[in-house]
Write a protein that binds this ligand. Structure first.
Ligand code: HEM
Length: 133
């Protein structure tokens, strides 16, 4: 799980670098791919594992709750970024751009990345507590 999420972090950074270089089309494939893998594969696996190992919610004493609730906010920001990306993107000569009115996509995107990293850090805290503590 930790290795998988580290690979996703690298994918998010790569996708962000593509956006900075105005490679909107490639940016959107990488972001969307990494986000979908995260919410459709890793997050369900993590929730299943929490129930499996620590029993029913609230997983007292594990510190998982803060990690879990922050992640719900992350998913909301992620879905919003994707929706705004599709809403405001402009396709011209096989390239993809974001006009000035698409600024909200960028801000929500940055918020998503920052909170995703914070959630990852909280996840590492749980990992350290469970395996090394
Ligand atoms: C979770 C998903 C996504 C996140 C977190 C995200 C994040 C970002 C961020 C932070 C930027 C601004 C980079 C800068 O400082 O210039 C950006 C730019 C952009 N995004 Fe996304 N994005 C996501 C998904 C998408 C999707 C699905 C699309 C298209 C449907 C898209 C289209 C674009 C475009 C066209 C730009 C402008 C690139 C340019 O400057 O030419 N993004 N995105």
């Amino acid at each position: 799980m930790f290795i998988g999420e580290s690979v996703l972090l690298a994918a998010f950074i790569f996708a962000w670098a593509l956006a900075r270089r105005h490679k909107g089309k490639h940016h959107h494939y990488v972001m969307l791919g990494a986000f979908l893998v995260d919410i459709l594969a890793f997050k369900p696996l993590m929730i299943a594992r929490a129930f499996d190992v620590y029993g029913p919610y609230p997983w007292s004493g594990t510190g998982i709750s803060s990690h879990f609730f922050l992640d719900i906010a992350v998913v909301v920001f992620g879905v919003s970024s994707v929706v705004l990306g599709f809403k405001f993107r402009v396709k011209k000569a096989g390239k993809m751009f974001l006009p000035p009115k698409g600024r909200s996509h960028k801000w929500l995107g940055y918020l998503f990345i920052a909170l995703w990293v914070a959630t990852f850090a909280l996840g590492i805290r749980v990992f350290v507590w469970a395996h090394l503590g």
